[in-house]
Ligand binder design. Structure first.
Ligand SMILES: C[S@@+](CC[C@H](N)C(=O)[O-])C[C@H]1O[C@@H](n2cnc3c(N)ncnc32)[C@H](O)[C@@H]1O
Length: 320
């Protein structure tokens, strides 16, 4: 986390997109002093409870993933992880990414953090983190999930710095260029699942029509590229959809915008989707002439280390 960008540049961004506003532990305490729950997309989520934590990590001898097909044994309920808002962003995903691509003390960003699953994993694994969401209620849920005392078995545990913000993933104006070691995020789906169905959260990109959603993801990709250190990775989970019984290749379009801003594709991981209620797929496949979509993509992009690496992979590297 560095200093703010210069005034002129920040001002230009603010003309169209809102600025990041920090939400601290004190803000959270004030918030839960006044209310005991929030409602997101019709779902009531309780806040302010004291967590009883039974485990701090995966059980039953789970070993980290080794192939490009990820299929998790369970939903993942350790620490404060609860599945009621995070959708298909299982805590196994950030755990795998954090352990593979970062060292203790490095900086992780989830700029569409929802309930803060990535940040909870960062806290458990001693990584510093920045989380951001457009929905203030989601930020409070994330702070709630982070509100636990971690008394691990390791006496040398160092409490990391975790900062949360309300803001737009298309304008990371409080984050300096090339200051982040890993981005791990799960964007909302294009008009497939509304995370704010009431429509009262301005700038929620899940409300945009498909082509505008892709344009918004281009801006998200540009900001991701700017804040990531060269040679480091940005991982995003994206799902496809079915509309009028035809397959909408959302992931292919999102992949392309990340390549367009200069990223190199390092991995395309297929994640098996267990809970189909989290997709727009309303049909069970029986009696229809199409298959139920049962997978998602986790794209892992690398920001080229330098000009030579960018050229080697022959993708457009407009940032040079
Ligand atoms: C799929 S959810 C993320 C779930 C999350 N991984 C978790 O652990 O709960 C997508 C999130 O993106 C947020 N979002 C939508 N538009 C945004 C924007 N322009 N900037 C930042 N966050 C946004 C939504 O409010 C929602 O919380």
């Amino acid at each position: 986390m560095g200093e703010e960008r210069d005034d002129k540049e920040t001002k230009e961004c603010e003309e169209t997109l809102r600025s990041m506003i920090e939400v601290t532990q004190e803000d959270y305490k004030t918030f839960v002093g006044e209310r005991s729950s929030v409602v997101i997309d019709g779902l009531e989520i309780k806040l302010g409870r004291s967590w009883t934590i039974k485990s701090y990590g995966p059980q039953n001898g789970y070993a980290l993933e080794r192939t490009t097909v990820w299929n998790f044994p369970d939903v993942g309920r350790w620490a404060t992880h609860r599945g009621n808002y995070r959708g298909s962003w299982s805590p196994y995903i950030p755990r795998n990414l954090i352990l593979k691509y970062t060292e203790k003390g490095e900086w992780i960003l989830d700029q569409m953090m929802g309930s803060g699953t990535t940040l909870v994993e960062a806290k458990l694994l001693e990584r510093n983190a920045i989380g951001l969401d457009i929905n203030q209620n989601a930020v409070m849920v994330a702070r709630d999930r982070l509100n636990f005392y971690y008394s691990p078995l390791f006496p040398d545990y160092v409490e990391p710095t975790i900062r949360t913000f309300c803001g737009d993933a298309r304008n990371l104006d409080k984050i300096t260029d090339e200051s982040i070691d890993l981005i791990a995020t799960h964007p909302p789906y294009a008009k497939l699942i509304s995370y704010t169905r009431s429509g009262n959260v301005e700038d929620d990109i899940s409300q945009l029509p498909f082509e505008q959603f892709i344009t918004a993801m281009y801006e998200v990709a540009q900001e991701s590229f700017r804040v990531l250190k060269p040679g480091k990775v940005c991982a995003i989970l994206v799902s496809d959809a079915r509309k009028h019984k035809h397959y909408v290749p959302v992931s292919t379009r999102v992949l392309q915008v990340f390549l367009d801003v200069g990223f190199i594709l390092k991995e395309d991981i297929v994640k098996i989707q267990r809970n189909l209620k989290w997709t727009s797929e309303k049909w069970r496949g029986e009696g229809y002439d199409f298959y139920v979509i049962g997978h998602e993509h986790i794209f892992i992009f690398e920001k080229p280390k330098d000009k030579n690496e960018a050229k080697k992979y022959k993708f457009s590297a407009k940032w040079w």
